[in-house]
Write a protein that binds this ligand. Structure first.
Ligand code: ARG
Length: 598
């Protein structure tokens, strides 16, 4: 049981023993460390509803609490706050248990199957700044839920089946008319294509796609052609399929390099196209049951509800050409996922600007009875912004490619590390310990990418944040490199101790800084539980930053290697080991790699 749960249990017992309802018997963090670690304000709110004196209630509860061994002090303050100073033995016991637990105390939940849908790049387009948050937040949520014991399935859900495919095929038909896929003979058209037979790769696609989009925007005939080609592709035209397959493979290979650079892992690399076989039966089923209806040549599902505060347009399943739309594939994907994986939840980590789309799809799925056993959740996020507070653009005003953003941050990290190597500081591992060119490059990459990920994850999911690589790679303040550096520092203390033959010993919590460190570590399981419940990795980012700071104060106040006696030294080494484990686990849940040395 986590420390907080154990204390809440004691509070509940004490409230019940005083004949009080237990709903408000909850501890929160104390406002100031000198008051103890925790406080309970339950007596105050309760007194009002019971018409009694809050201080009397608090005194009665405090008397009960003092009878146990969990607290070194229980004080009633002000009008009826109960301040709780945890007993040193309780803190030491929790610290030792947590040190022995590979999960660092994370409480296992009854295991659910959870699908997490994130990334979602479109075929033929390189990843750009708009994909960063989805990838980074989605990956962290996968790790957090997995650590709680859930069976997580991550799925990239490629955008590979919509109108953009028809646009692109039309453009390629103009620029490369002699490709086998455009042959009249279906057998020739179906021949497999690759980057070498096509004679172009991702860089060309990056050029062809915007060309195609612009042409379709300006010229209705081109748009009509793109619609026809999309419908042909979806109907299984051999040439369109052969070309589509090749394009999809080329772009996925490049996108996977970005996934790897970001340390993002997908269990499934499925896309919109994978549900094509389900679509016609799904549409027939929805029509038959009167859920989907014809409206001006289109097929729609009404999803408005009586108590809607805002207008809720119907979900559009097909236009007159019959081609599947974004919503059609999303609805069919719910059907596929519930059949194949039977998830308890599907979490979509997608830009908050798509909130309406998901609300429509979820409502349609519920109306159709496709979601009776699954909870559908849109975990939206705000935009990555430039200095002007508007969605981030390159200096030229274009869309910033993800690979360029990462390379930029790695470059900044390299500068920082070089500057630190020039100007040695502290007695810890310094960049000078990192010797070869390859090691320096590797380190710059871990620091630069860790910096970007931490900055993203530490912002509250639903608000946007400013993309400022200079600040992100700083070793001071609430940054990834600061926390990475703290991890490396603790590890370096532990390895120096090991080299001197010093062994960790049972934990004793005496000095204030030891108490603060043990308490901060003990909060970890509750932070993970809360981050999971709120789908909020920023709670873990805040936590690892606080823990790194708490450790700094401990290291300043409490000599470890130079401790006054063996028992104290051993205990502090154990506290260092605990801190390393918890910081390391926290960073792992964020998906941020910690270098071995810095
Ligand atoms: N491809 C979509 C886009 O670029 C994102 C996909 C998100 N996932 C989903 N199931 N709709 O906007």
């Amino acid at each position: 049981m986590s420390l907080a749960n154990e204390i809440n249990q004691l509070l509940e017992n004490a409230f019940a023993d005083c004949g009080l309802p237990t709903a408000l018997a909850r501890a929160t963090r104390a406002g100031r460390p000198e008051w103890g670690e925790l406080q309970c304000n339950g007596a105050l709110s309760l007194a009002k509803s019971l018409g009694r004196q809050p201080r009397d209630l608090a005194m009665a509860v405090a008397r009960k609490l003092r009878q146990g061994a969990a607290f070194d002090a229980v004080d009633v303050a002000g009008p009826g706050f109960i301040n709780l100073k945890l007993s040193a033995r309780l803190l030491a016991r929790h610290a030792l248990d947590q040190l022995a637990d590979p999960a660092c105390g994370i409480v296992q939940q009854s295991s659910q199957s959870v699908i997490i849908d994130y990334g979602g790049p479109n075929v033929a387009k390189p990843l750009h700044v708009g994909h960063l948050r989805s990838l980074v937040i989605g990956e962290s949520l996968r790790r957090i839920l997995h650590a709680q014991g859930h069976r997580t399935i991550s799925d990239v859900h490629l955008g590979d089946w919509g109108l953009q495919m028809g646009m692109l095929i039309g453009q390629i038909g103009r620029d490369y008319p002699t490709l086998s896929c455009f042959a009249d003979d279906p057998e020739v058209a179906a021949a497999e294509l690759s980057e070498s037979t096509l004679g172009f790769g991702m860089l060309d696609l990056q050029r062809l796609y915007p060309q195609a989009a612009a042409a379709c925007r300006e010229n209705p005939a081109r748009m009509a052609e793109a619609r026809e080609l999309t419908a042909a592709l979806q109907a299984g035209h051999p040439g369109c399929l052969a070309l589509w397959r090749a394009i999809r493979a080329i772009s996925l290979a490049v996108q996977q390099q970005d996934f790897a650079a970001l340390n993002v892992h997908f269990d499934l690399l499925l896309g919109e196209s994978d549900v094509q076989p389900l679509i016609s039966t799904m549409l027939a089923d929805l029509r038959e049951r009167g859920i989907a209806v014809e409206s001006e040549g289109a097929l729609i599902v009404e999803v408005a509800e009586d108590d809607d505060a805002h207008p809720m347009p119907p979900l559009l399943l097909t236009k007159s050409d019959g081609a599947a739309l974004y919503a059609t594939t999303d609805l069919a994907t719910i059907l596929a996922r519930t059949r194949i994986n039977r998830p308890a939840r599907i979490i979509y980590v997608v830009d908050q600007r798509q909130a309406l789309h998901f609300e429509q799809v979820f409502r349609a799925a519920r109306r159709a009875g496709y979601a009776s056993e699954v909870e559908l959740i849109h975990a939206g996020f705000g935009t990555v912004n430039g200095p002007d507070g508007k969605p981030y653009k390159t200096r030229e005003g274009g869309v910033a490619l993800l690979a360029d953003l990462l390379a930029g941050a790695v470059g900044k990290a390299r500068e920082r590390l070089d500057a630190m190597a020039q100007n040695e500081h502290g007695d810890f591992a310094t960049p000078q310990n990192v010797s070869t060119q390859a090691e320096t490059e590797q380190l710059a990459s871990l620091v630069g990418i860790g910096a970007i990920k931490f900055a993203d994850l530490s912002s509250y999911r639903l608000s946007g944040y400013n993309f400022d690589p200079e600040r992100m790679v700083s070793f001071e303040g609430k940054t990834g490199p600061y926390v990475q550096y703290a991890c490396v520092r603790v590890t370096s203390i532990l390895s120096r101790a090991a080299a001197q033959g010093l062994a960790p010993a049972p934990i004793r919590v005496e000095a204030a800084a030891e108490r603060a460190l043990a308490f901060e570590c003990a909060r970890f399981p509750d932070v993970v539980a809360s981050a999971a419940a709120n789908l909020a990795p920023n709670e873990i980012a805040d936590y690892v930053f606080n823990l790194a700071q708490t450790f700094s104060r401990f290291y300043l106040d409490c000599p470890v290697l130079a401790a006054e006696d063996k028992a104290t030294q051993g205990s502090r080494l154990s506290l260092c080991a605990l801190t390393r484990n918890v910081l390391g686990k926290g960073m792992e849940l964020l998906g941020i790699v910690v270098p071995e040395k810095m």
